[in-house]
Design a protein around this ligand. Sequence first.
Ligand code: AMP
Ligand code: MG
Length: 412
Amino acid sequence: MNLLSVSEARERILKHFSPLDSQEVSLENALGRVLFENISASIDLPTFSNSGMDGFAVRAADISQAATLLPVELTVVMDIPAGAAPKQVLGAGEAARIMTGAMLPEGADCIIPLENTDRDGQSSAYLGQPIKIFRTAHIGEYVRTKGQDMSKGQLVLERGRRLEPQDIGLLATLGIVKVKVIRRPRVAILSSGDEIISPDAPLEPGKIRDSNSFMISALITQAGGEVLRLGVAHDILEAIRDLLDQAASYSVDLIITSAGVSVGAFDFVRTAVEKNGQLEFWRVNMRPGKPLSFGSYKDIPFVGLPGNPVSAYVGFEVFVRPALGRLSGLSNVDHPVTRVTLGEPIESDERESYLRASLKHENGQTVAYLASHQGSGNLFSLVLANALLIVPSGVKSLPIGAEVDSWLLGSC
Ligand code: AMP
Ligand code: MG
């Protein structure tokens, strides 16, 4: 059988996913949610020209001859603290003491910082008193002009963007306290295997702890989904079918299983899915992660991730994260790609490979070294890695110094 390539498999999966419906959330709950609406600025920002420094608002023309040895004297006619709206127009030969963020008076066109006057180090200047200015300034100097950051009507946040902390700040500054976002995808996850026991159970000979459903739950949460954990099914057809039925009864948006999709004698997940749904494919030409299946169960999309923890992780990143991105309405579901240079030679087997690597910055380059043993059961090697290197299909080996694409994992 000709195995599906990663890109074919990805395309066949993604065409089953489109954005869910929307809901309104308050700003406090909007972090990480995907915008359902375009946001345009309803006002200019700043909304009024204001001072970028504590100092004096003056007219540039008045001080065009000022110098350290030849200061220009102006009379202080106003005091403008932040929050005040000056009522007076600044005339020729006049200065207004002004604080950072305070509104520029009409007539003034630049700010002279305190330290360029004879008031440096003094907290007060007195109305009616003269001040000495030691330098010239150009029009607009230290002025944060109205509309400098964004102008009224400008599109500032686009539909399909995942909201970052700075976006939340922007919404607040625009006076928006509720936003329309796309509902979080609900995802059911079940593990399977007679050898799998709960992490809080004592280890017994031949048993291993269920790491996958915890790791996959965390990945779903990180990708903005809501997790429904269904526990562990034994390698019995009925046990797996019961848990799949439970998932379907909760009308989740996606069902994920871990393990039981290889060609082993007790790999019943595929059979269980086919009883009440269909499988589109069950193998992909990749490493790790070849035994990966996709289909639907009772009309709910289904992804069967491999049992080996690293394979499950890679399968999630390659196929499930983009699918959740589509459900969440993200405008871009591709991982950002970073080109890196190999710090050691790499052997591959012509399958598209996702290798765990540790990136280091050396002599102005980002250099990749393999992170420990690449066995697909070795979860610690994934913990040690900060990137996945992507070795294209058809490649048998790559020398030191070759460049490859990589996806960064967390921060390096
Ligand atoms: P399988 O797909 O059932 O052949 O499992 C492949 C490998 O993954 C076996 O070594 C399993 O013991 C391991 N495995 C299966 N499920 C889990 C799990 N939930 N957590 C950690 N390892 C698992
Ligand atoms: Mg098994």
